[in-house]
Ligand binder design. Structure first.
Ligand SMILES: O=C(O)C1=C[C@@H](OP(=O)(O)O)[C@@H](O)[C@H](O)C1
Ligand SMILES: C=C(OP(=O)(O)O)C(=O)O
Length: 463
């Protein structure tokens, strides 16, 4: 597909408006998967339709789930008929490596962390052989610790490349009974733990999942997985070993199939809220949940620390900017996916921001630390990566009067999106002030296909 260069609209003054966000990527992925292995049909309302969730749906369909309508139809839930072989005893079609034989099915992971991590664990638990393909950029994303954990359960992996360790590869489940205990190094991604937790109820003896380390990134995402499992009737017992390392015990039991409402994506709300920090004005996001496990809940702490006013009233979150934008010094390891947006705000703050706990961002859609440094530097903002992989960004505050901005007639700078949706929206935030083009705004289709329409409408720049 040809990359779509996009001229980011500049803010001509304060921006006022409301933005309705589509469903959470992380909740959609988990609920689609759990519904596909549920013990009854389920209706999901508010499922995100974007590249990542489309890949998840196609993967679950190829395992046997019936999911329709897809793409979702406005105001209609997506109905999921779970995998028949689980609860009716019907033989798995195409199963291979296990008792029923047959050719492996192929699953495309694209660049979706949720698909490349959740589906292999699920397929092994289901006794299905699957060949995994992915975007070439996916080869830079960490997979090894999860694959090692699946080998501990008894799986076998066949790489097609003589170099090993890169897509495509086929994962074969064992012919004998699957194991019930794994130890995993999840310092590179919480999704390794989530993947094993989601598959665990299907393992014949359940599973004990042990973390190799005390500290883990993206803890809210692991908690979200536990909460989703618990809403589907699965008991997860979490504990700490004597040396302080977390473990999770999951019992083998049926996953209740049930109707679910998916909350709006609060991480994707980030760029729209951050817009106020740069341009001023007031933005509201309706249907903001009073209680949520999403990482984006942290906007309620992060934005006030950066000088923004955040009000939540009857399910509507409103952000305004009472004064200048402040730098942030914070450990963001729990909410790594918010960092590109925070970095954009830091670029306009009055002082130096120190963003800590970011090592695992090197394994996101791109190496986000290098990408953020490169693009901020290109635009003339000082950004350093410390030996601990913290980002240190010294902002350049802009004049309150947008008419005075000196850069207005300058030649646009081409910012790179690195096929990363969050780098693309980071670029759009810089573009509120600096004249920029984004080399491939299509990256936003990963989780927010309507991004440009929503952004341009808000800025009054729709054609
Ligand atoms: O489980 C999930 O839905 C996610 C977990 C996190 O991954 P990492 O732990 O790899 O950062 C997060 O950054 C990603 O956007 C979504
Ligand atoms: C890291 C992210 O995605 P993924 O689910 O592909 O890991 C993200 O959305 O910021």
């Amino acid at each position: 597909m040809q990359a779509a260069v996009w001229s980011a609209p500049r803010a001509r003054g304060p921006v006022f408006g409301a933005v309705r966000l589509p469903g959470s990527k992380s909740l959609s992925a988990r609920e689609l998967l759990l519904s596909a292995i549920g013990d009854a049909e389920a209706n999901l309302t508010g499922v995100l339709f974007a590249r990542d969730t489309d890949l998840m749906v196609q993967a679950l369909r190829s395992l046997g789930a019936v999911i329709a309508p897809w793409p979702p139809v406005v105001d209609q839930p997506v109905q999921i008929k779970p995998l028949p072989q689980l609860w009716t005893g019907a033989p798995a079609q195409d199963a291979s490596g296990g008792p029923s034989g047959g050719a492996p099915i192929t699953v495309d992971c694209g660049l979706a962390g949720t698909v490349m991590r959740f589906i292999p664990a699920l397929a092994v638990a289901l006794g299905r052989a699957v060949r995994f393909v992915a975007d070439s950029q996916a080869n830079a994303r960490p997979m090894r610790p999860l694959l090692d954990a699946l080998v501990q359960l008894g799986a076998r992996i066949e790489y097609e490349s003589p170099d090993g360790d890169v897509f495509p590869y086929t994962i074969y489940p064992p012919a004998e009974r699957l194991g019930a205990e794994v130890t995993v190094d999840a310092t590179a991604s919480s999704q390794f733990i989530s993947a094993l937790l989601l598959a665990a109820p299907l393992l014949p003896d359940g599973c004990t999942i042990r973390s190799k380390t005390v500290a883990l990134p993206s803890l809210p995402h692991i908690e979200m997985t536990m909460q989703c499992l618990s809403q589907h009737g699965i008991t997860v017992e979490q504990g700490l070993s004597d040396d302080g390392k977390p473990f999770w015990n999951v019992v083998s039991e049926p996953v209740f199939g049930q109707d679910v409402f998916i909350e709006p994506d609060l991480s994707n709300a980030g760029p729209f809220l951050a817009l106020v920090g740069i341009a001023g004005g007031r933005i509201s996001v309706p249907a903001w949940p009073a209680k949520t496990m999403q990482a984006g809940a942290a906007w309620l702490q992060i934005l006030p620390l950066m000088g923004l006013r955040v009000e939540w009233n009857c399910g509507v979150l409103t952000v305004s900017r009472p004064g200048p934008l402040q730098p942030l010094d914070a450990d963001l390891s729990a909410v790594g996916e918010l960092v590109p947006t925070v970095a954009a705000l830091a670029a306009f703050a009055e002082g130096t921001s120190h963003l800590r706990g970011l090592h695992h961002l090197r394994g996101h859609e791109t190496d986000r630390l290098e990408a953020l440094r490169a693009e901020l530097t290109a635009i003339g903002i000082s950004c350093e990566i410390t030996p601990e992989d913290d980002l240190v960004i010294t902002g350049k505050p802009v004049t309150p009067s947008w008419r005075d901005t000196p850069t207005i007639d300058a030649e646009p700078l081409l910012l790179r999106s690195y096929q990363d949706h969050r780098l693309a929206t980071f670029g759009a935030l810089l573009g509120l002030y600096y004249p920029v083009q984004i080399d491939d705004i299509g990256a936003t289709t990963k989780t927010l296909p309507d991004f440009t329409t929503m952004w341009e409408r808000l800025l009054g720049a729709a054609s």
